[in-house]
Design a protein around this ligand. Structure first.
Ligand SMILES: [Mg+2]
Length: 371
C-alpha cells in the first residue's frame, strides 16, 4: 500500500456570539481535518488544532500540503513510526525557527490519519493497535458554558449527568471570582469545578487568584501562567494547595518532561491534535503515568480529534476527567455521520476499525473554506 495524496480540509462555522477567552475573542470556529489517501482504496482522517490565531488554517494548509505531503507520497502508510520520524527530522529545525506548536500540530494531524489507515487495514480500532484491550468510557468535564448565564448553564450540564464543569477565568478578577463562586453554589459539593486561566497571569496575579479561589475548592487551576514559565509554576506550587494542570501547550515529550520536572503539575493535558498526534501523545501519557500522575487529554476541535483522544485514553490507563466542549458549535459534531455517544457525562470510545468514525461529506463540503 502506498500513500497517494495528503489533503488539508479547513472548515469554518460562524458564531452567533463571539467566544471570549483570556487571549482574545473568536468570531468563528475553525476546524482542520487532514485526509491521507492510499492506492488501496483506504483513506484515513486526522485533525490538526487550528483554533488560534484565526489565520492558522492558512499556515496549516501550506505546512501540510507543501511541507509534509512531498515527504509522504509514495510511502507505506503502515510505517507509522518511520513516517513520524521522517516528518520530525525534516521539520524540527523549522519548528525552532517558526514555532514548535505549528509544526507538531501539523505532524499530529497526519499521524492521526495514518493510525486511522492502520486500524482500517488491520480491521481493529486504534486503541487496540496502541495496546489497549477495551474501549474506555470516559468521564467528561463540560467546558464552554454560556458566559451570560454561567450558573444555570453549569446546572444544566450537571442535570445531563456531568460530574465536572470548567469555568474560564483570566478576565476581570472580581468577576472571575464571583463566577466561580456562583458555579460552585449552583452545582453543590458533589460536582467538581475546574478553572482555566489560559495563561493570562503573571506570578503575582496567579498567587492572588489562587488564594481568592481556594474557598471554592477548584479541582484544578489550569494554565495560570505562560506554559513556558517553568520557574513560575515551581514557585506558584509553593503558594497554593489547588492542584495545577497544564500541557495543552507542551508539544512533545521534551516539553512535557520539562514541565513535570517542576514537580508543580498534577494533571498533564496532552492534546493529540497538537502534540505530534497519537504517537507522541501516547508517549507523553506514558511519561505522566511513569511519574505517578494522572493525565487528561486536551481537545478543542471537531469530534474527529475527540475520537482520537478517546482512543488515547483507551490505550493508556490512568486518564482523569476529559474535556468536552459544550459551546454552541454544532459543526463540531455534525462532521461525523454517526455522533460519538455521550451518556451520563461519559463518552464512549468508538469501536470500529481505525478511529471508528465516518465523515459526513455533505456537511464537510458545505462548510469547507477555500483557501
Ligand atoms: Mg485550557
Amino acid at each position: 500500500m502506498q500513500i497517494r495524496d495528503v489533503r488539508f480540509i479547513a472548515l469554518r462555522q460562524p458564531l452567533q456570539q463571539p467566544l471570549r477567552l483570556a487571549w482574545g475573542a473568536m468570531h468563528h470556529r475553525n476546524f482542520g481535518l487532514v485526509l491521507v489517501e492510499t492506492d488501496a482504496g483506504i483513506s484515513g482522517v486526522g485533525e490538526t488544532s487550528v483554533n488560534f490565531p484565526s489565520w492558522a488554517i492558512v499556515e496549516r494548509k501550506a505546512t501540510i500540503e507543501e511541507g509534509l505531503k512531498p515527504l509522504l507520497v509514495g510511502e507505506d502508510p503502515l510505517n507509522v513510526a518511520g513516517l513520524w520520524q521522517k516528518m520530525l527530522h525534516a521539520f524540527s529545525r523549522l519548528g525552532v525557527l517558526w514555532g514548535k506548536g505549528a509544526v507538531m500540530s501539523a505532524i499530529g494531524g497526519v499521524d492521526i490519519a495514518l493510525w486511522d489507515i492502520a486500524g482500517k487495514a488491520h480491521g481493529k480500532p486504534i486503541y487496540a493497535l496502541l495496546g489497549g484491550s477495551q474501549p474506555a468510557r470516559a468521564p467528561l468535564y463540560a467546558t464552554g458554558l454560556d458566559p451570560a448565564q454561567l450558573a444555570d448553564s453549569a446546572r444544566r450540564f450537571v442535570d445531563q449527568g456531568y460530574r465536572a464543569v470548567k469555568v474560564r477565568i483570566g478576565f476581570d478578577e472580581a468577576r472571575d471570582i464571583a463566577n466561580v463562586e456562583a458555579v460552585r453554589r449552583a452545582v453543590g459539593d458533589a460536582v467538581e469545578v475546574l478553572v482555566d486561566a489560559n495563561m493570562a497571569y503573571d506570578l503575582d496575579r496567579a498567587k492572588r487568584m489562587a488564594e481568592a479561589l481556594q474557598p471554592y475548592r477548584p479541582y484544578w487551576l489550569e494554565e495560570p501562567l505562560l506554559a513556558s514559565d517553568l520557574e513560575g509554576y515551581r514557585t506558584l506550587k509553593e503558594h497554593t494547595d489547588i492542584p495545577l494542570a497544564a500541557g495543552e501547550n507542551q508539544f512533545d515529550v521534551a516539553d512535557a518532561t520539562a514541565l513535570l520536572d517542576t514537580n508543580a503539575i498534577r494533571y498533564l493535558m496532552p492534546d493529540p491534535t497538537r502534540a505530534g498526534g497519537l504517537s507522541e501523545a501516547q508517549r507523553i501519557c506514558a511519561l505522566a503515568r511513569a511519574r505517578g500522575y494522572p493525565y487528561s487529554p486536551h481537545h478543542y476541535g471537531s469530534d474527529v480529534g475527540f475520537a482520537a483522544a478517546l482512543h488515547l485514553i483507551s490505550a493508556v490507563t490512568g486518564a482523569d476527567y476529559m474535556l468536552r466542549d459544550v459551546s454552541p458549535a454544532p459543526l463540531r459534531e455534525s462532521v461525523l455521520r454517526e455522533p460519538i455517544t455521550v451518556v451520563d457525562g461519559c463518552a464512549l470510545t468508538p469501536t470500529g476499525p481505525g478511529l471508528g468514525i465516518e465523515l459526513n461529506w455533505e456537511v464537510v463540503l458545505a462548510h469547507q473554506v477555500r483557501l
